[in-house]
Design a protein around this ligand. Structure first.
Ligand code: NI
Length: 481
């Protein structure tokens, strides 16, 4: 549904009315015009206005006004919703009137100077980012420039949904629901971002920061999808400067905290938040080799999801080639992808070129199927020699082995798998399993329950390796160069 386009140029209309009034009364009032010199000078405004279609539901109206002693240029977005247009219009009018009042105050000085270069100038500039078919993010920046003094900048930001005809609030953009377990981390991130973006103001700001964090409904936000911009007036932060603070934060840092509805409108999936591990915590990394397998891998994914556990899958390129959708499901569930080569050959027997080809083919299949690159590699049979190390170094793929062997391929027995793991598990352990045996999937619920009862949290290999030199992690060879 499209609404009729109505140019909401009320300053323009006002001017036209004023113009008609002066023009119509001109002859009649000629004799007294000089009494209104000041008044008529503010009315003698040359106005140019044109409208430009920028998006199907959004025009930009460009208005330039040149008066005897000031100039104005306004780029005003006009959308297919009158209520939203009204908000924009009112803000612009307030800013423009404030400017005109200040011009009036110094009118005599301006007349005395009579220097075109010193004319006060007022401008509204608009940045628009279309986020999806109906969703736009707008930043309107007003500047009034009196050259030597009184330069003033302000922002109006609107993230609008022309489908629902809503102006989105911070709570529409971010998940601010009280039961969001990420809320403290989110506020911490906002807090840090403000501090990083306002160096030198840390001490003055602290109490103000707390206020801001408890009042997200006052936040002004704009986004180009790569970054999110936050805007604060200096007094909001208790900072002694004239300009508002516009700070840019990476969307990549904030994506975990988006309101799922908003993320859905963008067609985005919110990735699982990777919480930094506690060096004193009890973590293990479950690893599943040789898949993806048509029936076992989906079972493993289900069980891991039930236990809210993450794992790392060392996939064979040949299997990914057969089951790209399964590989994709693994990635989409938030698990980590590892490379286990194309055909599970014993690498030390191969030439460097052959090793390279074995790795590159599987990397390509994994990337094609999942859109992700493997984070680490595990050589078949754990077999490494200098050539293998040389090739993976070039590919920047850390080699990851294991410290707990379930021997699931050998026993094919639920109790034996459970016993092997639980008798040798330790914090930092990397546990070797295979998602190609039904018995491994059979053993998994029992195994996960026991690990949980023993206080372990299941994380990915990369998360575990980030703990660095904490004792007991690995084995792995994180290739540095
Ligand atoms: Ni293997």
């Amino acid at each position: 549904m499209k609404l009729r386009y109505t140019p909401p140029l009320s300053p323009y209309r006002k001017f036209m009315l004023g113009f008609l009034f002066v023009f119509g009364m001109g002859i009649l009032m000629f004799g007294v015009t000089h009494l209104y010199i000041q008044h008529s000078q503010t009315v003698q405004v040359h106005v140019e206005a044109k409208s430009e279609k920028v998006y199907p539901d959004l025009d930009i109206s460009r208005i330039n006004k040149k008066a005897n002693h000031y100039t104005i240029s306004i780029n005003q977005p006009v959308v297919t919703d009158e209520a939203i247009n009204q908000v924009i219009q009112e803000w612009i009018e307030t800013k423009e009137n404030n400017f005109l009042n200040q011009v009036d105050e110094i009118h005599e000085t301006l007349v005395a100077q009579d220097d075109e270069h010193l004319y006060p100038h007022f401008s509204i500039r608009t940045q628009i980012k279309q986020l999806n078919e109906d969703l736009y993010s707008l930043e309107l920046r007003s500047d009034q420039n009196f050259h030597q003094a009184n330069t003033e900048t302000d922002y109006l930001t609107l993230i609008i949904d022309l489908n629902t005809k809503e102006i989105l609030s911070a709570a529409d953009i971010f998940d601010l629901s009280a039961d969001s377990k990420h809320l403290p981390a989110f506020y911490e991130l906002v807090h840090e971002s403000i501090q990083v973006n306002t160096p030198g103001h840390l001490f003055a700001m602290d109490t103000k920061l707390e206020e801001i964090l408890t009042q997200p409904e006052t936040w002004r936000l704009h986004t180009d999808l790569t970054q999110i911009y936050f805007y604060f007036a200096p007094d909001e932060l208790d900072i002694d400067q004239a300009e508002p603070i516009k700070m840019a934060v990476d969307m990549a840092d904030f994506i975990y905290y988006l309101n799922p509805v908003f993320a859905g409108k963008l067609g985005w999936e919110i990735p699982k938040k990777i919480v930094p591990l506690d060096p004193a915590g009890k973590y293990v990394a479950l690893t599943f080799d040789d898949g993806p397998h048509e029936s076992v891998t989906p079972r493993v994914l289900d069980i891991l999801a039930q236990h809210d556990a993450l794992a790392t899958f060392y996939m064979l390129g040949s299997q990914v080639e057969h089951y790209p959708d399964l590989a994709k499901q693994v990635a989409e569930a938030g698990h980590e992808l590892g490379d286990h080569t194309m055909q599970h050959k014993y690498l030390p027997k191969l030439s460097r070129d052959q090793i390279d080809a074995e790795l590159q083919k599987s990397i390509d299949h994994i990337q094609q199927a999942t859109g992700q690159l493997p984070q680490t590699m595990r050589p078949p049979y754990g077999a490494i020699d200098a050539d293998v190390e040389a090739v993976v170094t070039v590919k920047d793929l850390p080699i990851v082995l294991w410290s707990v062997d379930s021997l699931d391929w050998k026993s094919r027995n639920v109790d034996a798998i459970h016993r092997m793991v639980m008798s040798t598990v330790h914090p930092g352990a990397i546990i070797l399993l295979h998602d190609i045996h039904e018995t491994t999937a059979d053993a998994l619920p029992y195994l996960l329950t026991s690990l949980e009862q023993a206080g372990y949290e299941m994380v990915t290999v990369s998360q575990l390796l980030e703990l660095g030199e904490v004792e007991g992690i690995g084995p792995h060879r994180a290739i540095d160069y």
